[in-house]
Design a protein around this ligand. Sequence first.
Ligand code: TXA
Ligand code: MG
Length: 351
Amino acid sequence: MLTLPPTEETLARAAAMLADDRLVVIPTETVYGLAANAWSPTAVGKIFAAKGRPVNNPLIVHVVSLERLGEAVALPLSARRQNELEQLTQWWPGPLTLVLPRGEQIPDCVTAGRPTVAVRIPSHPVARELLNRCPFPLAAPSANRSKYISPTSAAHCSSGLGELVELVIDGGPCECGVESTIVALSDDGPRLLRPGAITAEAIARRLNVSVAELTKASHSSQAAQPPAPGAETDADCLLAPGMMLEHYAPTTPLRLLVEPPPAQVPPTHVPARSGRIAFQPLRDHEAARFTVVETLSPTGDLSEVARHLFAALRRLDQAGLEAIYVDTCQPIGVGRAIMDRLNRAAAGHAS
Ligand code: TXA
Ligand code: MG
């Protein structure tokens, strides 16, 4: 696998590979994506194979501009959806994904047979330059092995995806560090399917709905549960099937420190080889209890915590530790995305 800087030559090569149904790892402002021609079932099939991703977990499609939205979405939209879309396009290009009726050029394998498609317009200049060079949209899930932590640097993409991935374009570390916010514009109102850097509070305000309404239990939040009796297929119960528990999990047991600061200290006895992920600098005596400490922000700024979280989890997961202790925060604003990912990462490691 080759990792190259985003030069003119690399971009031309990447566009040619994508046109030839091959895979390219691309930087985005959220996390790195494993991209393929979204119109080609052959190319999209390679994404599922490379990631070891269940075929019932649909992909996000990336388009370069609103003018080209019709390459992924069935237009025109209903008046209600069109209105909601217009309220939300202030965040495009950017880390917001919308679930909308699927356009006819999008094959079944992208949406796992659903009538909807998840679509976003990324803001990363390298992703945009590449999209501009492709006469088709790009399907791109996070460029990690299914169920592992999403990659926020090119180096994270070099392992786990196998030989189907020939090229990684290095666009530097990702700005957001967590995957995009996903909102479904459904018939029974907008629903937050995945929290991200664009906060639920900001979206609710913009759409003039309450946060409670926006985040109300949709089918998606039941994704971790077994199918309801009478459901025809698993898919009936999985509005956002990727949002299953135990996603993003490191291999090392992860322990969340649930008490609010200053009581946010791990138990008196931690295993001999323990790691600590702190949202802000620890006191020396506290830091000294751990083999490795990762400090995510000098001030506890939650955007910075989100930006650095996955890289820290990966580093500590590779440090041969018996346990990783990690700070927590209120699930408000960006904190909602951080706690969503941490709860998933810790699931299955209950103490
Ligand atoms: O930030 C991001 O969104 C990154 C970058 C590369 O753009 N992509 C990403 O893709 O996180 P992925 O595949 O790791 O996550 C896509 C999520 C999954 O949870 C999937 O189930 C959900 O989007 N999804 C995709 N299509 C959907 C649909 N039609 N309805 C509901 N959920 C959908
Ligand atoms: Mg993913």
